[in-house]
Design a protein around this ligand. Structure first.
Ligand code: SAH
Length: 269
């Protein structure tokens, strides 16, 4: 069962898949720069973001891990190779899943990494069926974060752990910031950006214990300028004006003091 907005997100990723891969690499997420003033390439910073989540999740060989919103499967394959765990990716984009399945076939990981076309709003898994879950930059697309948090808590086994990376807002949003955030959400087919201060309650409402929450806004902010030139790949489809508008919607977000990014870990009692 797909929520209407989840279907829209799936269509967006189906259609934008190749462009996003060109813009971000196959880690379809932001980069992590421990020292934001020394900017090395996005490809390396994107790997470091995956590692940030890995370090928090405490995955061992034999664990069953769920990747909620798995993109083109690069983080899932990386985690399986690194840890010996079995990884299941869930995603609403058929085209991304096709790339993900080709990847695990060519890397010989089919016995341990598999993917389902599934909406995180209604995860097609039994209660308590995963030891670990991560959701890397998929929460911005969720029609209802509370419901997705409850779903993730339901399929996580007691004693299990969840790690989330999410683009958020911080501080107070005036009209200018609100308009910038709306422009960014439209550009990215994001439903909304959560306020970082709301995350502890979101975690607790789902019946999980917050173990750690880190504001990594400044370590991820260089993603803005790093990705900006790649918008030119959109020229044939959007034209010069369209590309200029998209660059503005993207760039303005990263210039906002209220731009934020959170990494957090939660446990199921
Ligand atoms: N986690 C991946 C991709 C991040 S992009 C990576 O780090 O490389 C966001 C991903 O979330 C996309 O693959 C998108 O299709 C997926 N997604 C968005 N809404 C979803 C939903 N409701 N259910 C499952 N996946 C979803």
């Amino acid at each position: 069962m797909f929520d209407a907005f989840s279907r829209e997100v799936g269509d967006y990723y189906d259609q934008a898949n190749e462009l996003l891969r060109a813009m971000f690499t196959d880690n379809v997420h932001y980069g992590y720069w421990p020292d934001p003033s020394s900017i090395d390439p996005l490809a390396e910073a994107g790997e470091r973001m995956t590692e940030q989540l890995y370090e928090r999740l405490d995955v061992s060989a034999g664990h069953k891990v769920l990747d909620v919103g798995c993109g083109v499967g690069k983080p899932a394959a990386w985690l399986a190779r690194k840890t010996g765990a079995t990884v299941k990716g869930a995603n609403v984009s058929r085209n991304q899943l096709e790339v993900a399945r080709d990847r695990v076939r060519s890397e010989g990981l089919e016995d341990r990494v598999s993917f389902d076309l599934a909406d995180a709003m209604h995860l097609p898994y039994a209660d308590d069926s995963f030891d670990r879950i991560w959701a890397i930059e998929s929460m911005i697309h969720m029609p209802d974060r509370d419901q997705v948090m409850r779903e993730m808590a339901r399929v996580l086994r007691p004693g299990g752990r969840l790690a989330i990376a999410d683009i958020v807002v911080r501080g107070t949003l005036d009209d200018v910031a609100t308009a910038v955030v709306e422009g960014f959400c439209t550009l990215s087919t994001a439903r909304s950006l959560e306020h970082i201060d709301n995350y502890p309650a979101l975690v607790e409402k789902a019946g999980l214990d917050l173990l750690e929450l880190t504001d990594v806004s400044e370590q991820t902010r260089p993603t803005g300028p790093a990705v900006l030139p790649a918008f030119d790949v959109l020229l044939p489809t959007l034209g010069e004006e369209g590309v200029a508008q998209s660059k503005k919607a993207w760039g303005d977000m990263f210039d906002l003091p209220q731009y934020g990014y959170v990494l957090l870990t939660a446990g199921k009692p």
